[in-house]
Design a protein around this ligand. Structure first.
Ligand SMILES: NC(=O)c1ccc[n+]([C@@H]2O[C@H](COP(=O)([O-])OP(=O)(O)OC[C@H]3O[C@@H](n4cnc5c(N)ncnc54)[C@H](O)[C@@H]3O)[C@@H](O)[C@H]2O)c1
Length: 263
């Protein structure tokens, strides 16, 4: 029974992209293990709805609307977490866009710039705003959401793949910078997880007469022969943020049903 654990009692967490599948599951997981959690997303109504559901389950969480690409809004979500809950310990830096499913030469430049901004600049701004506080108190942990697309190249997702390689690189470089402190940074690399993110890609590639709307598109490349659930990423995030992972630093932890190992 997760509610009986107190791994994060007295700790405060921020989760970005928390209106989405993985972020919502991560916020719930951290809160069920005792953390007070600020859920951040640029979809204000959606993130409020997710937070309301968790509050109705008796969890101590709040919602905050912010665009992770805007420095002032990033500073604002950090300030809000500290004002509301009194401190900051844990950060799941998770918001991202999937980008267009197209050959790279067909990418629209403005679209490319926008999702590089969310997936890379947003991750950078989050670390930049959170890390000084963690270093000042010499405790805390960060998990960036990377992807199986930081391990292998996905055709028609070239720019997304590049941004997730960037997140893995960011994680390793910052790990080197903070290695001698008591603050840790790692990444989690989900495989194909059943969220709107994947459903949007499947719908985009579905033939007009495809009743399943592209469902199962990625199944042939998954040894486990099923998509992952957001909760199966949330438990990895919880571990990486916990003191149980005290010697895990700069890792890019796969949870991909065997895709990378056998691909
Ligand atoms: N679903 C998968 O198969 C999969 C696989 C590998 C990695 N990932 C990664 O997992 C993370 C979460 O993805 P998900 O599957 O839950 O997708 P999702 O689309 O359900 O959630 C992403 C959330 O990020 C939010 N977001 C987007 N742009 C934002 C911005 N500028 N500011 C604030 N919030 C913003 C969206 O509103 C959304 O709620 C992403 O980093 C994604 O790249 C997902």
């Amino acid at each position: 029974m997760p509610g009986q654990f107190s791994t994060f009692q007295g700790k405060v967490a921020i989760v970005t992209g928390a209106a989405g599948g993985i972020g919502g599951a991560s916020a719930a997981e951290l809160a069920r293990h005792g953390a007070q959690v600020l859920l951040v997303d640029n979809r204000a109504d959606a993130v409020q709805h997710v937070a309301d559901e968790l509050v109705s389950d008796g969890l101590d969480v709040a919602a905050f609307a912010a665009d992770v690409t805007v420095p002032e809004q990033v500073e604002a979500y950090v300030e809000h977490a500290v004002e509301r809950f009194g401190r900051l310990d844990l950060f799941h830096n998770n918001a991202a866009l999937e980008g267009p499913f197209q050959p790279v030469q067909d990418y629209d430049i403005d679209v490319f710039d926008r999702f590089v901004a969310v997936n890379v600049r947003g991750v950078f701004l989050g670390i930049r705003a959170v890390l000084p506080r963690l270093l000042a108190q010499d405790s805390g942990a960060i998990v960036n959401t990377s992807s199986i697309a930081s391990w292998v190249g996905f055709g028609n997702l070239a720019a997304y793949t590049a941004t997730k390689h960037a997140v893995a690189g960011f994680t390793r470089a910052v790990a080197a910078e903070i290695a001698t402190t008591n603050v840790r940074i790692n990444a989690v690399s989900p495989g194909v997880i059943e969220t709107e993110f994947v459903k949007r890609i499947e719908r985009a590639v579905a033939a007009p007469d495809d009743a399943a709307q592209g469902g199962g598109l990625f199944l042939p490349s998954i040894p486990k022969q099923r998509y992952g659930q957001p909760e199966e990423i949330a438990t990895v995030v919880r571990f990486l943020l916990s003191d149980d992972a005290s010697y895990v630093l700069g890792a890019n932890w796969l949870a991909d049903g065997g895709m990378q190992a056998t691909g």
